[in-house]
Design a binder for this molecule. Structure first.
Ligand code: ASP
Ligand code: SER
Ligand code: ZN
Length: 633
């Protein structure tokens, strides 16, 4: 994730978020001659603040209002980001207290400005001013209603939820372990009883969150209604330069494009798990047991490559984790290597302060938010990452992901405050993932000395299978998290149904089941960071489409004619320049324009995923011949 309020990456992740966390088009979506009002007009502004009162309801008044809003948000967002950083890197009673207070203040400012912006609904204003007015109304992750105490209560809850997750530990083999330890064990163990204990153990941290979560939903929905939205989920779906319902339909369409690949992968993996563990653990039909896949949330499956590798000639000649360890990598070297990729494309080195101020390993003697994030504290130069880096393949990848956020933040730093954000939030997540697609190629790993030689064609299927275990397996997870939240926010799912609805989504989208019955008080959604952390999740689904669109376009620009999975843009400054030009646009224009600037196409398009994985899909289809694939949901 990136972690700031709109620009100061921290607020988005922390549930308050600022305008920049969401995107809207210029009031109406009129590029193709269609004109659609994006959101219902607001009722009478509930807070005619001192700041609003000064400006006439004219085009000049709107411009002055927006300028003043940007100044106030910029100042408060920097203060908020510094406090949020302090809390995230040192969780104590006092840092939580400070963060709740500043987050409440920031939310109140956002709500005030959103209401103030509504005064200009009927005024004709230049396109960039209209876009900024819309961003003010849409850019709040969790709005508070405009009544005394509401923002404070909301902020206390969100800080408590995030902190509860972050300090979570559970007993495993007679010892208290953290999530980072549990994740490594989950990746490495091949003992189903241990996997089950890890899966169930981590989920003991979250039942305590359920009541807070339900209360949070009530408050945020009250706030969203006051801003003219049906509920908070509708507000989230409004951030994509199209109508909220059209956006939901668009995610359905994209999922239908990739679903056959996922079902093929699911079928193959299920069969290999059955070979390995037998019918009692994993039958060769129906859903897959969620804890067998090498990841705490079954969201990426690459860690069990060895279990599902093709029986004939499937051994991959290298294991990235083993190569990193053998080459003496530490956290710093991992981050320097990531920076090196961006620099090779002609982008600037990270500032000295990045190295002085980032947190790249878990510190001793204090509690921190280990979930990786990238920050921009002053909306200019003070960019950092915060992660508890381990020397393994997953974190090698995550480093490239997080630095993508920082390079995006730096590229758009000269935009006006309200445009300092991703073209949409999926773009922000896709930047580093796009770089990661090149950085994982054997060609590149060989160039930087991690591999002695580049494997030949015989390793194409093993490589693609490993990539699919991470990328294709992720897609239904990327979708189901917010499908759950949309249902929670719109009231279809009551608090009593929280856990069953989550389990039902696992089954429906991923074809997975928990290893055993869940306890009465289970709140499994709370055991996934982005739920207590209040980070919208559809962005990751989109990023898993966008990164392949970016990759295919970049490889074409580089003149690459070979298979897409072997293409690396390392060292390509021409691609880097065009990529940076897209990033420099920030959120200043509707996202299709940013997409077009880099790829030449304006759409969300999963055909790039199909192109990349085409050889694997042929192979999987052959492996699955005669099997009855799928599951009953
Ligand atoms: N960047 C990842 C995410 O966006 C962080 C992680 O996987 O730890 O949440
Ligand atoms: N980084 C996101 C997560 O941890 C998506 O991979 O879920
Ligand atoms: Zn991210």
């Amino acid at each position: 994730m990136k972690s700031t309020l709109m620009t100061a990456a921290a607020v988005c992740a922390l549930s308050i978020a600022s305008a920049g966390c969401v995107t809207v088009v210029d009031g109406s979506w009129d590029d193709d001659g269609v004109s659609v009002e994006l959101i219902e007009p607001l009722g009478a502004p509930t807070s005619a603040s001192a700041a609003d009162a000064g400006q006439a309801v004219t085009a000049d008044g709107a411009a002055a209002f927006v300028a003043q809003a940007e100044t106030r948000l910029a100042a408060l967002s920097e203060e908020a980001a510094r406090i949020q950083w302090t809390r995230a890197t040192n969780i104590t009673h006092d840092t939580m207290w400070l963060e709740s207070r500043i987050n409440a203040e920031y939310t109140e400012l956002q709500v005030e400005l959103a209401n103030g912006a509504a005064r200009f609904n009927d005024v004709e204003v230049p396109a960039d001013v209209r876009r900024k007015l819309n961003l003010l109304r849409l850019g709040i992750v969790l709005p508070a209603p405009n009544r005394p105490g509401a923002a404070g209560e909301l902020a206390e809850i969100t800080t408590r939820l995030d902190s509860t997750y972050s300090v979570g530990k559970f007993e495993f083999k007679g010892r208290q372990i953290t999530l980072d330890e549990a994740s490594v064990l989950m990746a490495e163990t091949r003992d189903p009883a241990e996997m089950e204990a890890l899966y169930e153990g981590w989920r003991t941290v979250s039942p305590v969150m359920a009541a807070d979560y339900a209360r949070m939903v009530e408050i945020a929905n009250e706030g969203a209604t006051e801003l003219g939205f049906a509920d908070t989920g509708a507000m989230w779906r409004a951030g994509y330069d199209m109508e909220p319902d059209a956006f939901a339909a668009e995610t359905d369409r994209l999922w239908e494009q990739v679903r056959p690949f996922y079902e093929n992968l699911h079928c193959y993996v299920r069969s290999r798990l059955n070979d390995r563990y037998g019918d009692a653990v994993q039958p060769d039909s129906g859903p897959i047991r969620a804890d067998l896949l090498g990841n705490m949330w079954s969201q990426q499956w690459g860690n069990i490559y060895d279990v599902v590798a093709p029986a004939e000639g499937g051994a991959s000649s290298y294991d990235l984790t083993e190569r990193l360890v053998a080459s003496g990598y530490d956290a710093r070297k991992m981050v320097e290597t990531g920076e090196g990729f961006y620099v090779s494309m002609g982008l600037e080195e990270l500032p000295e302060t990045f190295w002085e101020r980032s947190m790249i390993t878990r510190p001793e003697g204090r509690e921190v938010v280990c979930h990786a994030s990238a920050w921009d504290l002053d909306n200019l130069e003070d960019i950092r990452i915060k992660m508890c880096t381990q020397v393994n393949g997953d974190d090698f990848y995550t480093v490239h992901h997080e630095l993508g956020h920082n390079y995006y933040q730096r590229a758009y730093k000269d935009q006006p405050f309200l445009f300092k954000n991703g073209a949409n939030d999926g773009f922000h997540e896709a930047i580093g993932d796009f770089i990661g697609l090149s950085a994982l190629t054997p060609t590149y790993l060989n160039q930087i000395g991690l591999l002695q030689s580049v494997p030949g064609e015989a390793e194409d299927i093993p490589f693609l299978l490993k990539m699919a275990l991470d990328k294709i397996a992720f897609m239904p997870f990327g979708l189901m998290v917010d499908r759950w939240r949309w249902g929670v926010f719109n009231g279809e799912t009551s608090p009593a149904e929280y856990n069953d609805a989550w389990t039902a989504n696992m089954l429906r989208y991923q074809g997975l089941v928990p290893p055993g019955p869940r306890p009465e008080n289970a709140f499994d959604p709370g055991a996934k960071y982005h739920i207590p952390g209040n980070t919208p999740y559809t962005r990751y689904f989109l990023a898993h489409i966008y990164q392949f669109q970016f990759h295919r376009a970049a490889c074409q620009q580089a003149g690459w004619t070979g298979p897409l999975h072997r293409c690396s843009v390392y060292g390509n400054e021409a691609v880097g320049a065009r990529f940076n030009a897209m990033m420099e646009m920030g959120q200043s224009r509707p996202w299709p324009e940013a997409m077009q600037a880099f790829t030449g196409q304006r759409e969300n398009d999963a055909s790039a995923v199909a192109d990349y994985f085409a050889p694997l899909n042929v192979w999987l289809t052959a492996q699955n011949r005669g099997k009855s694939c799928g599951w009953e949901a």
